[in-house]
Design a protein around this ligand. Structure first.
Ligand code: ZN
Ligand code: ZN
Length: 231
């Protein structure tokens, strides 16, 4: 008895689950890609965070992190061979969410397939440990955003960060979560003051300035400006 594909009827095929290669490709879910991809990389040197540690990297960090994430998490149909991932482009939608268009390709026996997919990207642009160490010394100012309540309101945080990006985008060095709020490290004092003065025009806050890390450098006294912004 001759075997034939139960869908298209073609004969003399090597069948998989009673289907010819091309019907198998068109009806089966060959690759299962996660809809949300979350990546973390160093915005200063491009190192990427993989497997719980920082790895130095010479590729474009956002593209490469997405590529690695998809390679690692995609579930393949058992008959897929020569699986490849390509990150075609990265773009933002109208709400500002980051997306990546990726193509995944491979073979079912002799027949190739390619699928183009859209995934949402959650990116964390941090500073790796090495960059953090070398930059830590250069932070001239830190803004401590705090709440007297239990948790800092997300809307307040967002408003502050928008103001910060607006007033001091070139000076932002690092952001750290702290008790009841966040610490924003900046490379210069004046943009820290500019940010705080703009922010307090938008929202009521109690401001206290102080200094920390006082030291002598090249005969000059230096200290880090600490601005506490209490909501
Ligand atoms: Zn068929
Ligand atoms: Zn780095």
């Amino acid at each position: 008895m001759r075997k034939f594909c139960v869908l298209c009827g073609s004969e003399d095929e090597e069948l998989i689950d009673s289907l010819c290669e091309s019907c198998y490709i068109s009806t089966k879910q060959l690759v299962k890609v996660e809809k949300e991809v979350s990546v973390k990389y160093c915005r200063s040197c491009g190192s990427i965070w993989v497997g719980g540690r920082w790895v130095q990297n010479s590729e474009e960090p956002l593209y490469y992190s997405i590529y690695l994430y998809v390679m690692k998490t995609t579930v393949l149909d058992e008959h897929v061979s020569e699986f490849k991932v390509n990150v075609d482009k990265i773009w933002k939608d109208l709400t500002g969410e980051l997306h990546a268009t990726i193509s995944v390709s491979g073979k079912i026996r002799r027949e190739s397939f390619t699928k183009t997919l859209d995934v949402q990207v959650e990116e964390d642009r941090s500073l790796c440990t090495r960059c953090l160490k070398s930059k830590g010394k250069d932070f001239e100012a830190v803004i401590q955003l705090r709440t007297s309540g239990k948790r800092l309101d997300n809307g307040v945080r967002q408003l502050f960060e928008e103001t910060l990006l607006d007033q001091a985008s070139q000076s932002i060095g690092d952001v750290k979560e702290a008790h009841n709020g966040f610490d924003y490290y900046l490379t210069d004092k004046s943009s820290a003051r500019k940010t705080v003065s703009k922010f307090t025009k938008l929202i009521n806050a109690k401001i206290i300035e102080s200094y920390e890390n006082e030291r002598r450098e090249d005969g000059k006294r230096k200290a880090r400006l600490v601005i506490s912004v209490r909501i």
